[in-house]
Design a protein around this ligand. Sequence first.
Ligand code: HEM
Ligand SMILES: N[C@@H](CC(=O)c1ccccc1NC=O)C(=O)O
Length: 443
Amino acid sequence: MSLSHRTKMIPLPVLEEYCISPDHGFLDGRLPLTRLTSKKYTRWEDIVAQLPSLLQDGSQVRSAIDELEVLALDESILGDVRELRRAYSVLGFMAHAYVWATERPRDVLPECVAGPLLHAADILGVPPLATYSSLVLWNFKVADVCEQPESGCLDLENITTINTFTGTVDESWFYLVSVRFEKIGSSCLNHGLQILRAIRDGDDKAVTDGLNKLAAAIERLSRALMEMETKCEPSVFYFKIRPFLAGWTNMSHLGLPQGVKYGAEGQYQIFSGGSNAQSSLIQTLDILLGVKHSANAAHSSKANQKVNYLDEMKKYMPRQHREFLYHLASVCNISEYVSANASNEPLQKAYGHCIAMLQRFRDNHIQIVTKYIILPSNSKQENSNKKGVLSPIEPNTKAADSSGPKTASCKTIGTGGTKLMPFLKQCRDETIATGEAKKENKN
Ligand code: HEM
Ligand SMILES: N[C@@H](CC(=O)c1ccccc1NC=O)C(=O)O
């Protein structure tokens, strides 16, 4: 049975069946809970609310957490997915604050955090640490009640974060740009499914129209990304915020050779830190447009092994979002359709526009990464060596192959564990290659 015939046999995914909202995309249709309902967990909420002051002297946050009673997740949490997400987010903040509170990271998480965090993560289908889900998807609230509960709420001006490590506007903005990105991205999901329906209906014009709308939406995503620069200062991001975002993969040089142990009697485990690579939205666009990413040596935590980092990051997404991506991949035949209709100029142009916009997004992103990581990592920031200011965590920068005076960009590691520049350029180049292949197919 041909692929296109097989893909037509499988019904198209229904967003709501995967906890995805037609209006808010992967952000879910209801706003996240801003605090756990049961009073039993008040101490958890108090500590996370006070992180900016507790982290002024890192040892304070560790003693506050060490004094916590070991509490299991009770029915008030287990019975409600928003309570569960809130617990996972609060515990993720505490875990990273505890590990990265001082220049000497701790490699054992106390049971009071490790136990409930492992439990919540297991149910949600995500790893037990702070992820894109816990820091972005489930960590925002509406700044003031808005009239249009559906559309006006999530304008960037009208939302703010629930928690941060540093209490800075820069950190809030850093997460909120991605919240806005997910909101804008909801239209990409609707356009993508509409295109697939049009292919099944044999409606060429509707396919072309859908691709043109998708290209316009991707262009808006690029613009949303560049809003990072309006309220997030690169040096604040790099020296004050980023050290808390790192995971525990590839951290031998910082004293975490085995990762982090979950509870005194627990196991050491290794996990990547947060990254938008854990956003299901961009991976949805790659699937819709047939952009393939090869396994890459740029994912540094598996030395000498080629790992497909973006596939790895699917394991860091909420279970239903991951399952949506697999279902979408099993039915998506846009790329085959475009190849099979090489003489349809408007179709070829619309598809080429989508690829160009996705490439522009990845180019803009590389600019952002240069400004927010590469340049600050080269600068000599006096106060970064001062006591109390965490030196920027460049996982494994020191341990990277030191052959020759390479610029930082060849050695610098992302919080997700990749050799960031080679990896990001590879993602961009694979996007370009997808568009080139279609042009060759035409000639
Ligand atoms: C200061 C802001 C940002 C920095 C420094 C940054 C840095 C990075 C780094 C280093 C990676 C490689 C994976 C890792 O090791 O972590 C990455 C991946 C990625 N980032 Fe960002 N990022 C930022 C903001 C964003 C935003 C706002 C978006 C989307 C709106 C985004 C989208 C992505 C995507 C989609 C990937 C996966 C690679 C790809 O598909 O091309 N990033 N980012
Ligand atoms: N990968 C980025 C960090 C990053 O982009 C990120 C980390 C945790 C949660 C969200 C993130 N991205 C944007 O919101 C870095 O290496 O600095």
